[in-house]
Structures are given as C-alpha cells and as structure tokens.
Ligand binder design. Structure first.
Ligand SMILES: [Zn+2]
Length: 166
C-alpha cells in the first residue's frame, strides 16, 4: 500500500498530477489516511468553517454546518443548497438547451443531439454562477438526483466518528 503527500492529493484534485501517479493512485489499494487528506485539501479550497464530509462535485460539498450541525450541500463560495438528502439541483439556476439554436452555441450544426430526443440541463450556483453539473436527458425526464450517500455506513467504513446529525 502506498501513501501520498498532501501536495500529491492537492495536485490530483487540481488536475495537475502526472498521469502515471494518477493511474497508480486509482489502481492501488487506498491508504488509511487518504479520506482525511482528501478532505483537508478540499477544506483548504474554501473559506467557510463548515466541515467538509464528502465532495459532490468539483465545487460542491456535503458539509456539517459549523453553526447548527446540520448536514447540508454547499458550493465552494458558501451558497447553502440545504439538506443533503434533498436534490440540490432544485435550488440551482437551470439553463436548458432545448433548441437547435441553443445547441449551436456549444456544437457545430449537425454535431449536436436532436433536441426532440435529448436536451442539456446546466445547473449553476445562484450566488457565484459556477456551473456545478450538466445532465443530458430526454426532454421529459425528471431532474436527476445523482448522489445520496449513506453517511452512517460511510463513516463506519472509514472507521471515523460520524457527525451527530446523520
Ligand atoms: Zn457558488
């Protein structure tokens, strides 16, 4: 089992780690301190005091609120999307590419999907405008809830004390 430095984990998160190291990190058994080191790197990237428990995406985390201990989803800018068991996307700004003209803004004509069959939904933070996710469903498909972790089991798995309010 290999252990890594905080700089290597930081470079992994930033996308600047060399491919050989990334491949080795992904394919080898994970060292016991990896989760704590990863959370430390994520915590360094934000200015809020809430403790990061898990990443939902590159700019979005599940955190334990420093004020009341509630478990919420938070953008790196500090925007609060509410309870982690609810779908944060319902509190985001949503831009739907549902016409050929809107698809022309991101693809050459005839290289994009037929919007009668597929649309793009772009979810961004109402406070900072960062695009947090994109989904490409059929037009009638409900907003997808990508990730609802079982935090109690997760903290048992990593053998660390769980937050009080999970
Ligand atoms: Zn934000």
């Amino acid at each position: 089992m290999t252990t890594y430095t905080k700089k290597q984990v930081n470079d992994l998160v930033a996308g600047t780690l060399d491919w050989d190291s990334v491949h080795k990190m992904l394919s080898m058994p994970k060292d016991a301190g990896r989760y704590a080191l990863y959370m430390e790197v994520l915590q360094d990237a934000v200015t809020y005091d809430d403790k990061i428990l898990l990443a939902v995406g590159p700019h979005l985390n599940i955190v334990e609120s420093a004020t009341d201990g509630e478990i919420i989803v938070k953008c790196n800018c500090g925007h609060d999307f509410g309870d982690y068991r609810e779908n944060w996307k319902l509190g985001a700004n949503i831009y739907v590419r549902d016409t050929a003209e809107k698809m022309d803004q991101v693809y050459p004509r005839l290289m994009s999907p037929d919007t009668t069959w597929q649309v793009y939904r772009e979810y961004s933070c109402p406070s900072c405008g960062t695009m947090l996710d994109i989904e490409a469903p059929t037009p009638w498909y409900p907003v997808m809830h990508d990730f609802q972790p079982d935090l109690k089991t997760f903290f048992e798995w990593v053998e660390l004390p769980a937050p009080a309010k999970i």
